[in-house]
Design a protein around this ligand. Structure first.
Ligand SMILES: [Zn+2]
Length: 123
C-alpha cells in the first residue's frame, strides 16, 4: 500500500545533550504540531471544570455539602457529562468547593475545628 507522506504526522521532538554539563536541551527545530490523526472519541477525553455548566456545578456543590464520596461524585459527573472525570479532579474540586463554602460562612483554614463548629452554629 503506498504511503502518502503528506498525510503522515510531522510531530518530532529533537533533543541534544551537552557533553560537559550533561544537561539536555530541547531543540527549536522540533515540531510539536500533530496532524492527520483520527479524532479522539469524546468519551475517551477527560472532563474538566469547563465541561460543567453553572447548574451542574450547583448540583455538585450540593453533593459535597451532603458528604457524598468523591468516587460517587466522579461516577455521577461522568454519567451527566459523558466524559471521564478522574478521582483526582473530583477531589480537587471538592477541596475548592469546601473552601468556597467555608469562606462564604466566615471560616478560614487557620481556625481550629472547634472554632469552625462555632462559626457554623452561628449561621
Ligand atoms: Zn502525531
Amino acid at each position: 500500500m503506498p504511503t502518502d507522506y503528506n498525510k503522515l504526522c510531522k510531530f518530532q521532538i529533537k533533543v541534544t545533550m551537552n557533553y560537559y554539563t550533561k544537561h539536555w536541551w530541547f531543540l527549536s527545530s522540533s515540531n510539536l504540531q500533530h496532524n492527520d490523526h483520527p479524532p479522539v472519541w469524546i468519551k475517551a477525553q477527560l472532563g474538566g471544570e469547563h465541561d460543567l455548566s453553572a447548574e451542574q456545578m450547583k448540583f455538585i456543590t450540593q453533593l459535597y455539602q451532603h458528604s457524598v464520596a468523591p468516587s460517587t461524585i466522579s461516577d455521577i459527573m461522568t454519567k451527566m457529562v459523558g466524559k471521564e472525570f478522574s478521582l483526582d479532579f473530583t477531589s480537587n474540586l471538592g477541596r475548592k468547593v469546601t473552601e468556597t463554602i467555608d469562606t462564604a460562612n466566615g471560616i478560614t483554614a487557620d481556625m481550629s475545628s472547634a472554632q469552625k463548629t462555632l462559626e457554623c452554629l452561628r449561621l
